[in-house]
Design a protein around this ligand. Structure first.
Ligand code: GDP
Length: 413
């Protein structure tokens, strides 16, 4: 009996113990979700999400400079100071390095190989034809075709052929060197050596009598290299010792403002931008305002080049110009044209010239084409000089246009 009682007691005790274990293990299972105990409940609102995101969504590529810099400062103080300091330390010195662009003097000469590589068919082709022993009608026709194929344009081609015919006749026997000089002279006359090809960026006086930066508007159809050219031009100006503010008024193309800002950051130029799809004129206005406030030397304004209707374009570009002029004059309006587009480029040039007062032409992508004759054609078309040429995708591949270096590159040494 005693034994039975003892057994019952033991059984009860044992059951009690098991029960306790179960309860405590249940408690443990229930507790974990609770541990949002006071210290981490208050601090976490920001922290845990940052932590979770950092672990799960680390590969997200949308880290802008602002996003990287902002979280670093407040974070370490709020969480356990043991973990954070290590992360904060390496992220802090994320200062972008400012590049020193190549000097602009003689850039075209340095980049000449790119021109002559693609222009063989024009200059060298002409020389070969002119060197034939008998310059019969077929040869003159071939000369004409060579010029037309290079996009020199009908009227300038006829003029040049006329001049060459005369001079070759007078010359009689021709040495290769004489021919080279003659062709050089005639091509140079066609391209023109008299025009003022400087980009006007001199500071002026604003409407309130204050000093106003030089203001340059860059216009052209999207895809011609307009934004790239604006970025490269900022480098040209910085290389020449000027301070630059960029206005990202191409609010039509989504990436244009980011693209321009990146160009600016590389040389330490601030970019004024607005919301995507925002009003280009107000951004342009703000950019010039910023330029005045910063005492900058030049403000470059990238614009949108939608050619859907001439009226739309006219409204937009005209408005940008008018609004900027509330600060003072626009000193230069550069039209960017893709040299590889031939006749299409000329049509674009015509439309833009009707809309705004173009003061200079930038021909891009001259490195990839044998159509260098477009320099002559577009100048004729608009009566405005080519001021800059793009000779590649590199940051310093934009060169002031120099007729002599250009013609020398066409003919080769
Ligand atoms: P946007 O739409 O007119 O602003 O055009 P982008 O500036 O975005 O340029 C369009 C493309 O043309 C880019 O890939 C540029 O790198 C390229 N590009 C611009 N200028 C030149 C140039 O002189 N030579 C070559 N080869 N490519 C260029």
């Amino acid at each position: 009996m005693e034994i039975v009682i003892l057994a019952v007691v033991i059984a009860v005790v044992a059951l009690g113990a098991i029960g306790g274990l179960v309860v405590s293990s249940r408690k443990k299972k229930q507790l974990p979700p609770a541990p949002p105990s006071s210290p981490s409940v208050t601090a976490p609102p920001a922290e845990p999400q940052v932590g979770e995101e950092a672990e799960t969504a680390r590969p997200e590529p949308r880290r802008t400079v602002e996003e990287v810099e902002l979280p670093e400062a407040p974070a370490p103080e709020e969480t356990a100071p043991v973990v954070e300091p290590e992360e904060a330390a390496p992220a802090a010195p994320a200062e972008p390095e400012i590049e020193v662009p190549e000097p602009t003097a003689g850039r075209l000469v340095r980049l000449r190989a790119r021109l002559s590589r693609s222009q063989n068919s024009l200059g060298k082709g002409l020389l070969t034809l002119l060197s034939r022993e008998h310059l019969d009608e077929d040869t003159w026709e071939e000369i004409e075709d060579t010029l037309l194929t290079a996009d020199v344009g009908v009227a300038p081609t006829q003029e040049l052929v006329e001049r060459l015919r005369e001079r070759v006749k007078v010359l009689g026997t021709r040495t290769p060197e004489e021919l080279r000089l003659l062709l050089r002279e005639e091509l140079l006359a066609l391209v023109g050596t008299e025009a003022d090809r400087s980009v006007h960026t001199e500071p002026g006086v604003g409407v309130n009598g204050e000093e106003k930066p030089g203001v340059v508007m860059v216009v052209g159809v999207n895809g011609t290299g307009k934004t790239t050219t604006t970025g490269k031009l900022a480098r040209v100006l910085v290389a020449d010792g000027k301070s630059v503010v960029l206005g990202a008024a191409d609010t039509f193309r989504a990436a244009a403002a980011d693209q321009l800002q990146t160009w600016g950051e590389r040389v330490g130029a601030r970019t004024v931008r607005g919301p995507e799809g925002g009003d280009p004129a107000s951004i342009a206005f703000d950019a010039v305002k910023e330029g005045i406030a910063e005492n900058a030397d030049v403000v470059l304004i990238d614009t949108a080049g939608r050619l859907h209707t001439k009226t739309g374009l006219m409204d937009e570009l005209g408005k940008v110009k008018r609004v900027v002029e509330k600060h003072g004059s626009v000193d230069e309006i550069l039209l960017v044209l893709d040299a590889t587009t031939g006749q299409n480029g000329l049509v674009q040039a015509r439309v833009f010239a009707e809309v705004v007062n173009i003061t200079g032409i930038v021909l891009t992508k001259l490195d990839g084409t044998a159509k260098g004759g477009i320099v002559v054609a577009v100048q004729r078309e608009l009566g405005v000089p080519v001021k800059l040429v793009g000779l590649g995708e590199g940051a310093d591949d934009l060169a002031p246009f120099e007729p002599e270096a250009f013609v020398d590159a066409l003919i080769g040494d």
